[in-house]
Design a protein around this ligand. Structure first.
Ligand code: B1M
Length: 225
C-alpha cells in the first residue's frame, strides 16, 4: 500500500504531525481507511512493541510513538464509515485499574462509534466501582474492559464480580473483554460474555449478540459462537 512504510516509520520515530499528515494524504488519495489501519498504523505500533520488548526503544520514545499512532487514528476516525449505521447499541468502555494503555481501547471506541453505537469512554486506570457506577447510570447493552498488562488483567474478574453483586450482569448488560494478555479461555474463566481479538472483531461479535437478542434467541457465552 502506498505510504504504508512512511506511516509506519513516522509512528516508530514518534513523528506526530507527520503521521497525521500522511494518513490525511492517504485518505485524500482514496486509500481505504481499513487498509491504512491494517497495513500502516498497526504494523507501525507492532514494530514499536517489538523494539520496546527487545530493549531497542525506551518508554519516552514509546510514548511519542503512541501519540503518533493516536494522531493517525484521529485523522482516520471521521472516515471509519458504518456498514449499517441504523443499528444502535450502547457501550461503556474503559481500561482497567492500574493500566494506562489506551490505544487499543481508543480503536475499539472509534470502531463502535463508526458503527452507530453510543460510546461512553471512561478512559484509563478505571476502578471496578467506577465501571459499575457507569453501568448503573447509563444502562448500556455492553460493558467493555481492556487490559494490556498481565498484572492488570486480574482486575477484570473484580469488575464482573461487582457487576454481578449489584445484579447488573446479564441482559441487558453483557461484558466484552480484550487486550494483548487476555484470550477466550480467560474470558470464559472469569464469566465474561465475549472476547474479541481486535476492534473489528469486537464490533462484529457485539452486533451478532444484539441481533440475536433482538430476535429473542438465546445468547451464547464466549466460545460458543
Ligand atoms: Co506498555 N507494555 N508499558 N506502554 N506497551 C506492553 C503492553 C508490553 C507487552 C511491552 C513489552 O514489554 N514488550 C509490556 C507488558 C508486559 C506484560 O504485562 N506481559 C508493557 C509494559 C511492561 C509497560 C510498563 C509496565 C513499562 C514500565 O513502566 N516499565 C508501563 C505500564 C504503565 C501502566 O499501564 N501502568 C507501560 C507503559 C507504556 C506507555 C505509556 C509507554 C505506552 C502506552 C501509551 C498509550 O496507550 N497511550 C506503552 C505501549 C505503547 C506499549 C506497546 C509497545 C504497544 C501497545 C499498543 O498500544 N498497541 C506494548 C507492546 C505490545 O503490545 N506489543 C506494551 C497498539 C494497540 C492498537 O493494540 O492495545 O493490543 P492493543 O489493542 C488491540 C487488541 O489488544 C484489541 O484490539 C486492539 C486492536 O484492534 N483490544 C481489544 C484491546 N482492548 C480491547 C478491548 C476490547 C476488544 C479488543 O473489548 C472491550
Amino acid at each position: 500500500m502506498k505510504y504504508s512504510w512512511q506511516i509506519s516509520s513516522a509512528i516508530q520515530a514518534g513523528e506526530v504531525d507527520r503521521s497525521r499528515e500522511l494518513v490525511t494524504r492517504s485518505l485524500r488519495e482514496g486509500l481505504a481507511p481499513g487498509e491504512i489501519l491494517d497495513k500502516a498504523l498497526m504494523p507501525g505500533m507492532e514494530a514499536v512493541g517489538e523494539k520496546f520488548g527487545g530493549g531497542e526503544m525506551f518508554l519516552p520514545e514509546v510514548m511519542l510513538s503512541a501519540s503518533a499512532f493516536q494522531a493517525g487514528l484521529e485523522a482516520l476516525r471521521p472516515w471509519l464509515k458504518a456498514d449499517d449505521a441504523s443499528f444502535r447499541g450502547k457501550i461503556v468502555l474503559g481500561t482497567v485499574a492500574g493500566d494506562i494503555h489506551d490505544l487499543g481501547k481508543n480503536l475499539v471506541a472509534a470502531m463502535f462509534t463508526a458503527n452507530g453505537f453510543e460510546v461512553i469512554d471512561l478512559g484509563v486506570n478505571v476502578p471496578a466501582e467506577r465501571f459499575v457506577a457507569a453501568v448503573e447510570e447509563h444502562r448500556p447493552d455492553l460493558l467493555g474492559l481492556s487490559a494490556l498488562l498481565t498484572t492488570t488483567m486480574s482486575r477484570m474478574p473484580e469488575v464482573i464480580r461487582l457487576l454481578q453483586k449489584r445484579g447488573l450482569h446479564g441482559d441487558p448488560c453483557r461484558v466484552i473483554i480484550g487486550g494483548a494478555p487476555v484470550n477466550e479461555e480467560f474470558a470464559a474463566s472469569i464469566g465474561a460474555d465475549l472476547y474479541a481479538e481486535n476492534a473489528i472483531e469486537a464490533v462484529r461479535m457485539v452486533r451478532r449478540l444484539l441481533l440475536r437478542r433482538k430476535r429473542g434467541e438465546a445468547v451464547a457465552k464466549v466460545g460458543a459462537g
